[in-house]
Structure formats: structure tokens, C-alpha cells
Design a protein around this ligand. Structure first.
Ligand code: ADP
Length: 483
């Protein structure tokens, strides 16, 4: 499969090459093989995309909620019909096992379905006035042109999580997908066009010049909102730049999730849960547990069970049967795993499983890293501070609830946290004390299109999905009426 680079920038309903004709290669992270080309857009392409979004705004924001809902519902149906082909593309371009790609496409479609419904629930309120001759009502109106910047780790669902509420709200958008996964973005934007999203409502610039395209979007006074998912460093910088033109901002950033197992919990069940969520997407998820705290009384059983679960994980190409650990996205990701393992080992951690790069299918120079279990991890180690974004489970014993809650909160991040306990009071008490946007209680997947996803502190601003998800794309207009 190759992608025609003349067909990866999408402006005003037309696929086109970059203004300067530049292209870049897209590779399969499992094999290093070039699987396609994408247009390498720049400032001029981005300006054209913004202008198209601006032109399309009056007509699109003037459609009825029912028209916008119908387009999104068609997109949902199409995405479920194309699930197999989209998943195969995702596995080639991003590396995750095919089953995980299938799950992601379904999750991506869930946002289309959810916001098709939410479009019809955009309503205002009436507010009593202190004056007998006055009435107040509020209207909810689209914020305008949206800039959406997305990451490579969930290359389709992160797009629909942003574009679906924008479409539902009556906004128009310019999407800049990650340069590792432009082909998934092309397939998603084509699907939206096929579903009847009119010209100019969604535009896209593929690029390796992230800063140039990002700056063009952020400097434009026409763009009224930034929605970003990616690293905390980039998110903070973009949010600061968005401040110059006072854009609405929602950013979903890094995490450093604690996973706490209390003494009354079943250590075997907790370890199975930890293995599932830790190695999801080869650990390349912002809600991946980075610090696993287990009460000392059940620590050995937990570690032994996790070791067994890890031994059963097969590393390999995502398109091979039975594989649950794919490649890491690139070489720097492998270097980060190696640095965290060396640092932990030097400071006294036990490497119970894995700990090094592995070769798969005789492929050279690729980015497979063995699923790794580090035991006896301490707060001084790099892995206790720095987001891992890879397949390393770091386990630490604890004795006392207050101590473990303090350690869990001792991070700049605040995205997801996990608590295992069968004691209802412990569950509620600890959940209330954790300074995180999402808490899984005996649950490893506290995510759904119907639930608000997002973090506090350095993990972000705003919520995606749920009832809140559409608010990020709407302004409230107050109308005072004298009668
Ligand atoms: P990751 O480390 O997961 O790749 P990044 O934050 O670097 O996370 O990337 C997330 C998204 O942000 C990608 O689409 C990337 O191209 C984009 N990005 C990175 N740097 C910038 C920048 N300076 N301006 C705008 N977008 C950027």
C-alpha cells in the first residue's frame, strides 16, 4: 500500500499536495519499511486551511442540530463498516496489535455516535430577573474555527474525540495529525467526507513542520479554540501561545498514574488488572500505570502473579496472531526504556522480567522492548518521576494509607489513578484524596465516549467525551430582554 502524497492535505473539500510539493515518508514501526508518503505542509497550506474553515463556518453553524447529528451518525456507521481496513492500516502505521486496533476503531466510532446524540442536546436556560420587565435566556453557540493537534498513540480515536464534538457544535476545524500517523488521519478525514461533512468543515494539514503549522494556527485570530493531545511540554507551550489571542484551550497531556493495591484486595486479580492496563498499547498510553504501589502483606503474591502474566505476553508484529506487545513507536522511545531500567537497577530495583530490547522475526534495527517488571522501586528512581510511555511495570511496597496517598499525589501529573480494595470506605476515602482527573476503583478502564476524560495539574485542562466534551466547543451567549 502506498499513499499518494498529493492526497494528504485536505482543504475546502479537496485533497492536494503541499504548497511547495514537499513530502515525507511514513514507516511501519515493526519493520522500518516505508508504507507511504504524506504531503509535508507548511505555513501557506495552514493559512489556506484556516481560510477554508472560516468560509465554511457561517453555513455550518447555521445548520440544524439534526442535520449535524445525521452526518455524524452516518460517519459512525461508515467507521463500523470500515473497521477491519482502518484497523489493518493502524497496525501497519502505529504498530499496535490488530485486536487493539479493532478496539480503537470501535472506540473512535463511539465518539461519532455519542456526539451525534449530544448535538441535539445543545440548549440554553432561562434565568429569573430581579426586574419584572426583564427576561434572561442563554444561547449556546459554536466557538468558531478549531485547531486540533493530535498524537500518534491513538491515531484515529483522538481525532474523532475532537472532531466529532466540533462538528456537533457547529464549529469548523483544521486538523494537524502527528507525523508518525498521517495515513490514519487521511482515512478518517476521507470517511468524514464520505459521510457528508461539507467542504471546509474539516480541513487537514499533514506535516513534519509541527512548530510552523502550530504557530500559524495559534497566531491566527480567526482560530478561536485549540484542542491538543500530546506531551505536557508541548501542551504547555501551545496553551501559552494560545493565550496571546485568548483562544479557548483544552489540552490532554501526560500522566504518571499510580495503581494502589490495598491489603484487603485480591492480589491475583489486581495483578491481572495491572498487567492488562500497563501493557495496553505497549504501555504507550497517558493513562498507563507508572507507579504500582502494593501493600507489603500481599506484595510477593502480586509480584509473582504479575511475573507470570508477563511471561505469557507475546512480543511481535501487530499483524501476527497472538501478539499483545507491539513495537515502540521509535528509537528514542527504546532509549528511554533502557535509561529508566539502568537507572532503576543502579539504584537497587530488581529486574524480575524483561529489561531489554528484543529481536523479533529476525528483524534488525527495530523497536521491540521486552515487557518488563521492576520490583522494589523507590521514589529516587527516574521511573518514579518521569512518564515511561512503554512496557515497564514498576512495583513498590507500602505499609500505610496516608503514606501511599501522599506518594501517589507527589507528582506534577494528575490524569488517571487506580485503586484496588474491597473496603467501600477505603475506596471512597482514597478516591476523594487522589488529585487526579479519573480514578478506576477495582477497574482498569475508566474510559468511554460517554464519560468525561481529562486531567488536573500538568495533565491538562478541559474534558473530552461525556456531557462536558461538547462544552469545550461552545460559547454561552446571554440575552437580556426588556418587555
Ligand atoms: P509525543 O511525545 O507523544 O510525540 P508531542 O507533544 O511531541 O507528543 O506531539 C503531539 C502532537 O503535537 C503531534 O501532532 C506533534 O506533531 C505536535 N507538536 C509537537 N511539537 C509541536 C509544536 N512546537 N507546535 C505544534 N505542534 C507540535
Amino acid at each position: 500500500m502506498t499513499q499518494d502524497p498529493g492526497r494528504t492535505i485536505y482543504v475546502d473539500g479537496q485533497w492536494r499536495p503541499a504548497d511547495e510539493g514537499a513530502t515525507f515518508a511514513v514507516t511501519d514501526p515493526a519493520t522500518g519499511e516505508v508504507i507511504g508518503q504524506a504531503a509535508d505542509g507548511g505555513r501557506a497550506d495552514t493559512e489556506a486551511a484556516i481560510a477554508a474553515a472560516d468560509r465554511a463556518l457561517p453555513a455550518w453553524s447555521g445548520t440544524t442540530a439534526y442535520q449535524r447529528a445525521a452526518v455524524l451518525a452516518r460517519a459512525d456507521t461508515l467507521m463500523r463498516e470500515r473497521r477491519g481496513e482502518l484497523a489493518a492500516l493502524m497496525t501497519r502505521e502505529q504498530g499496535k496489535p490488530l485486536k487493539a486496533s479493532m478496539n480503537e476503531v470501535a472506540y473512535a466510532a463511539d465518539f461519532l455516535a455519542w456526539f451525534a446524540e449530544e448535538a441535539k442536546r445543545i440548549g440554553g436556560v432561562t434565568i429569573p430577573s430581579a426586574r419584572a420587565d426583564q427576561r434572561f435566556v442563554t444561547m449556546r453557540q459554536p466557538v468558531g474555527v478549531v485547531a486540533a493537534i493530535t498524537p500518534w498513540n491513538y491515531p484515529i480515536s483522538m481525532l474523532t474525540r475532537k472532531l466529532a464534538p466540533a462538528i456537533a457544535a457547529g464549529c469548523t476545524s483544521v486538523l494537524k495529525p502527528a507525523d508518525q500517523t498521517p495515513l490514519c488521519a487521511v482515512a478518517t478525514v476521507q470517511l468524514l467526507a464520505d459521510a457528508g461533512v461539507p467542504a471546509g468543515v474539516v480541513n487537514m494539514v499533514t506535516t513534519t513542520h509541527a512548530a510552523e503549522v502550530g504557530d500559524t494556527l495559534l497566531e491566527s485570530p480567526v482560530v478561536r479554540k485549540l484542542t491538543f493531545t500530546g506531551s505536557t511540554a508541548v501542551g504547555k507551550m501551545l496553551a501559552a501561545k494560545a493565550g496571546a489571542t485568548l483562544k479557548r484551550v483544552s489540552v490532554e497531556l501526560g500522566g504518571h498514574a499510580p495503581f494502589i493495591v490495598f491489603p484487603d484486595a485480591d492480589p491475583v486479580r489486581a495483578a491481572k488488572g495491572a498487567a492488562l492496563v500497563k501493557f495496553l498499547n505497549t504501555g504507550q498510553a497517558c493513562i498507563s500505570p507508572n507507579r504500582i504501589y502494593v501493600h507489603r502483606s500481599i506484595y510477593d503474591t502480586f509480584v509473582a502473579t504479575l511475573e507470570q502474566r508477563i511471561a505469557a505476553l507475546r512480543v511481535g508484529r501487530g499483524d501476527h496472531d497472538g501478539v499483545s506487545i507491539g513495537p515502540l513507536i521509535d528509537e528514542p522511545a527504546v532509549a528511554k526504556m533502557e535509561a529508566q531500567v539502568v537507572d532503576a537497577r543502579t539504584k537497587g530495583a530488581r529486574v524480575v522480567a524483561g529489561g531489554e530490547r528484543v529481536q523479533v522475526d529476525g528483524l534488525d534495527g527495530t523497536t521491540f522492548f521486552a515487557p518488563t517488571l521492576l520490583a522494589d522501586v523507590t521514589p529516587e528512581m527516574l521511573i518514579s518521576r518521569e512518564e515511561t510511555f512503554g512496557p515497564i511495570a514498576a512495583v513498590t511496597p507500602f505499609e500505610d494509607e496516608d503514606e501511599v496517598v501522599a506518594r501517589a499525589n507527589d507528582t506534577e501529573y494528575g490524569l488517571a489513578a487506580y485503586v484496588y480494595t474491597n473496603d467501600l470506605s477505603t475506596a471512597i476515602r482514597v478516591t476523594e484524596k487522589l488529585r487526579f482527573g479519573m480514578v478506576g476503583v477495582n477497574d482498569i478502564n475508566p474510559t468511554s465516549a460517554a464519560a468525561p476524560f481529562g486531567g488536573v495539574k500538568a495533565s491538562g485542562l478541559g474534558r473530552e467525551g461525556g456531557y462536558e466534551g461538547i462544552d469545550e466547543y461552545l460559547d454561552t451567549k446571554l440575552v437580556g430582554i426588556s418587555i
